[in-house]
Design a protein around this ligand. Sequence first.
Ligand code: AMP
Length: 279
Amino acid sequence: MKIIKSIKELVDLRKSFNSKKKIGFVPTMGALHQGHLSLVSKSKKQNDVTIVSIFVNPTQFSKNEDLSKYPKPIENDIKILKSFQVDILFIPSYNNIYKKDFSIWIFSDKYTNILCGKYRKNHFKGALTIVLKLFNIVNPNNAYFGKKDFQQCFLIKKMVTDLNLNIKINPVPIVREKSGLALSSRNSYLKIEQKEDASQIYKSLRSAKDDFKKNRIESPTLLINSIKKKLNNINIKIQYLEIRDSHNLSIVKKCNNKSIIFFAGFIGKTRLIDNIQLN
Ligand code: AMP
């Protein structure tokens, strides 16, 4: 595995590849787990070269968030990616990515202020901007994003369409622990008993999905209330719980197979997100 830290070096290497070679790209913030690795595996299967990036992007964190304590086990990440036979690992520095007087940003005036964007003010502006920058540097044919961050994946697809980028976005299913808890780098903040509480998130979403499928409950209010009732018994502070259309993120009045339940909440100081599609 080639480890590259400079943009110029990566751009030059990328240019040297035969144009028939398919390039797959997996952008991450490191602290890798099986969720990230399912993206890497998919890229390896579908491309000739797989490039992974690790960059904890400061511009997608607000001042009160966990940027300074975000886990950065870089040596372990390198070991893992080597064992997965990733071809190139790109680890740019902050100064390499954000030059002095950086001032052009990407955002959607329709979709960045809902769901997570409502509570994390500049999050998607930072995320979309870094992803576009990385796309321009890496110039991949395929890029892989997890459905755990459904809104992010949705916005990146939208960016690719609206800005005419020639990149295929491949959404990858959520990888979960046996308990149902969606894997996340932030799970490392959780104590054992908090993890047990966190596993109730998926269980409650799953049970609402069953209510929709088996008991034909189509009312978003009824489904949301049943989730709230289940989560009421544990130490969890719900930030939002919404049912929206997976194709356009509009709020649904009646659930159908295209609907998706979005959850965000806090266990202690740790913010967790999850979602479940009703189809
Ligand atoms: P992050 O390092 O948190 O920025 O995540 C990098 C990529 O991995 C994003 O596309 C995430 O959606 C994806 N990812 C994170 N956790 C999971 C998971 N549990 N299952 C599938 N993909 C995930």
